[in-house]
Design a protein around this ligand. Structure first.
Ligand SMILES: [Zn+2]
Length: 411
């Protein structure tokens, strides 16, 4: 039995005036998705528990069949997994943005959560200076290490000792810097046990970075300097049960997004990198479709994650969102469904992780429509796949992490 999951990230939405009162799914021409709806099951699910942040890290964990209320420990541990950094039971990962914070009449303001998209090479040099500052000024913080990632997205890793008091708490609250754009940061420092230590590192980083040659060169070129590190997304390694042990089959992830790579690593899935898969609207949809078909030769389950609808929503661009959905339909869903039809037993599931509303340009919690079709799945009497058809179908699988078991016929 072969299985394919397609995740159009953030594709679920509300009716849009710009689309004549239709949702992007309704407005998009999607013959392949509608064909799945006609021969399969359409309904609603929800991948974001009320108590967790609405985002791909929580929602895609749920889509992969893991209860986020049990397994979600923060964003940084997923990114560490994506980078191949293994966390032991006493270790912590903290997301470390390089940011631009500058003084305004309102006090210091988050001017840019990417520090002007600082390059990976620049970030690596800047973090060396931070590491030197940390060792010199905070000798008690042995076992803390800055780890460069890509551009402004880096990590701070703590290697703990068994039996030692943990320096941080699981419920530490830290604000993502992208939620602070153009806002004062003075009241936005982390809260909770261990937060003083993080706030101290953030405050001291200003002097570690201020006169750095990388920053001087950036300013000379008219670019924003990286003035601070901003720490958030704190967590320990989630205790994932391997997917193969849980569901009895292996999986492969195709994605251009680090959080999804991390989820795949933790679940024990393999990963297929696709040249031309960018995570943006210009991604090579057809290449992803071809890679999925190729992976089906060996994988029991192939998951194709496409970031483009989410990206269109962040830009508030309804037409681009419709276009992204149509590309997914024509270049990913259609060829995969045609290929599956030539195999024996097979199933396909399409489901966004969470809504990303064009109106607010941000991730949201709430119901999302799913469609599944294939061997042993009876037709539910719908002929289109969209939010309205899914609600009208009266078929709900809640909470969202149970969708995987239903899809695999294991519930
Ligand atoms: Zn997402």
């Amino acid at each position: 039995m072969k299985h394919v999951i397609v995740i159009p990230d953030g594709a679920a939405d509300a009716p849009q005036a710009a689309l004549g009162g239709r949702t992007p799914f309704q407005a998009a021409r999607t013959p392949a998705l509608d064909a799945l709806a006609a021969r399969g099951r359409v309904g609603l699910t929800n991948h974001v528990p009320d108590s967790l942040p609405p985002g791909s890290e929580v929602a895609c964990m749920s889509l992969m069949g893991y209860d986020p209320l049990r397994f979600f420990t923060g964003r940084a541990p997923l990114e560490a997994a994506a980078q191949g950094i293994t966390l032991g039971p006493d270790d912590w990962a903290v997301r470390c943005n390089l940011v631009t914070i500058r003084g305004h009449d309102r006090g210091p303001v988050m001017e840019d959560f990417t520090a002007g998209h600082v390059t990976t090479e620049e970030a690596t040099e800047l973090l060396v200076a931070c590491q030197r500052g940390l060792v010199a000024e905070l000798p008690d913080l042995a076992g803390w290490e800055f780890r460069p990632g890509v551009s402004y997205r880096n990590l701070l890793i703590h290697r703990g000792r068994a039996g030692a008091v943990a320096p941080l708490a699981d419920d530490i609250r830290a604000t993502p810097p992208h939620d602070l754009m153009d806002k004062p940061v003075s009241d936005a420092f982390p809260r909770g046990f261990g937060s003083r230590l993080l706030a101290d590192i953030m405050a001291r980083s200003a002097s570690w970075l201020a006169d750095h040659p990388v920053n001087r060169a950036r300013v000379a070129r008219g670019l924003r300097p990286a003035t601070h590190v901003w720490l958030w997304g704190v967590g320990r390694a989630p205790a994932f049960e391997p997917f193969t042990a849980k569901y009895g089959i292996n999986g492969t992830m195709i994605t251009a997004v680090d959080l999804l790579r991390g989820l795949a690593a933790l679940a024990g899935w393999s990963r297929r990198e696709v040249p031309g898969a960018t995570g943006y609207l210009d991604t090579d949809y057809a290449a992803k479709g071809r890679a999925a078909i190729d992976e089906l030769q060996t994988a029991d389950l192939v998951c194709v994650h496409v970031e483009a609808p989410d990206e269109a929503s962040h830009q508030g661009d309804a037409a681009a969102k419709v276009k992204a959905i149509e590309e997914i339909d024509a270049k990913i869903v259609a060829p995969i469904a045609a290929h599956l039809a030539t195999l024996g037993g097979h199933r396909i599931l399409v489901c966004p992780d969470h809504p990303t509303f064009l109106s607010t340009k941000t991730h949201s919690r709430g119901d999302v429509p799913f469609v599944m079709a294939g061997t042993g799945i009876a037709a539910g009497g719908r002929c289109t796949y969209d939010e309205v058809a899914a609600a009208a179908a009266g078929d709900a699988i809640m909470p969202g992490w149970k969708l995987m078991g239903t899809f695999l016929g294991k519930d």
